[in-house]
Ligand binder design. Structure first.
Ligand SMILES: [Zn+2]
Length: 289
């Protein structure tokens, strides 16, 4: 999670690193003829497109670390679209692929990427939750883990997203955080700074998977775009979505706020693929950022 306080204090830092991120992303655009719904980036926190052979054969089932991976058909080939965890050590990895009665391993290589580091000093209560909320945090963490592992088979997954709200991108995905001298989890989402009440919309067609009010995330909505592609919206001031409802790209699902562990209004947006948080900006056409 993130908060505006951090964002403001490090605005200049993020402004500079933001352009580095943008330049790196621009270099990763796939060949024009492929017209992908989004871009590939085989780095920790990125997304790998892995060729699984001609689509004249039976559709394969692919898993990474026992989690099911999205497989789609493109240009006459089966392609696995797999999230790569931020904590991944660069090197060779394998997808387990089952096709009919045959099972094989398909290798792919994850390259290194260095994300910026933020060193922050914060009020201790902001960093370490008080002991009396630990039971609540554990309960919510178990629930959200189940939500994140949801798999809904879908004929079509629209992964060509639009930004879910309007405002400056105030904290980018992957930024490593050192709070009061202790390394903490890197920033697993993208923050959009906007005033309380600014509409939050579905970035693509989806089913509303979960709504709740959680300790860290505050008022939250989870969307399921099918085939293991999920998105999460945190710190909302209001929720305008009901679990189980179908939403189309651009439909309002809530409004920006500062609920949960946040010190100022902003939208924290996470994109999950096969249960892994990945770079949301890979799903946004560069011209629309
Ligand atoms: Zn955030």
């Amino acid at each position: 999670m993130s908060d505006m306080d951090l964002s403001r204090r490090f605005f200049r830092f993020i402004f500079v690193t933001g352009w580095v991120t943008l330049a790196a992303a621009t270099g990763q655009v796939s060949a024009a003829k492929e017209v992908p719904p989004f871009r590939e980036s085989r780095v920790p926190g990125g997304v790998a497109w892995i060729d699984l052979g001609p689509s004249t054969n039976l559709k394969p089932n692919a898993t990474l670390d026992a989690s099911r991976v999205w497989v789609l058909e493109r240009d006459g080939r089966w392609v696995a679209i797999s999230g790569i965890a931020l904590a991944t050590t660069p090197g060779a990895y394998q997808l387990q692929v089952t096709q009919g009665s045959e099972t094989r391993a398909v290798a792919f290589v994850v390259k290194a990427k260095s994300y910026p580091v933020q060193t922050l000093k914060l009020n201790r209560a902001m960093v370490d939750p008080p002991p009396d909320v630990m039971a609540r945090i554990e309960r919510e963490s178990a629930h959200l883990k189940t939500v994140r592992s949801t798999w809904r088979e879908s004929e079509v997954t629209n992964a060509a997203f639009r930004l879910p709200s309007v405002g400056p991108l105030s904290s980018r995905f992957g930024v490593a955080r050192v709070l009061n001298g202790k390394p903490r989890s890197p920033h697993a989402g993208l923050d959009i700074a906007a005033a309380t009440g600014t509409p939050v919309v579905a970035p693509g067609d989806a089913v509303v998977l979960d709504v709740g009010d959680y300790y860290f995330c505050g008022k939250s909505v989870f969307l399921d775009h099918g085939n293991g592609l999920l998105t999460l919206y945190c710190h909302l001031s209001e929720i305008n979505a009901k679990a189980g409802a179908t939403v189309r790209q651009g439909d309002r699902i809530g409004a920006v706020g500062s609920t949960g562990r946040s010190t100022g209004p902003h939208l924290h947006w996470t994109v999950y693929l096969n249960g892994i948080a990945v770079e949301p900006e890979l799903f946004i056409p560069i011209a629309k950022r």
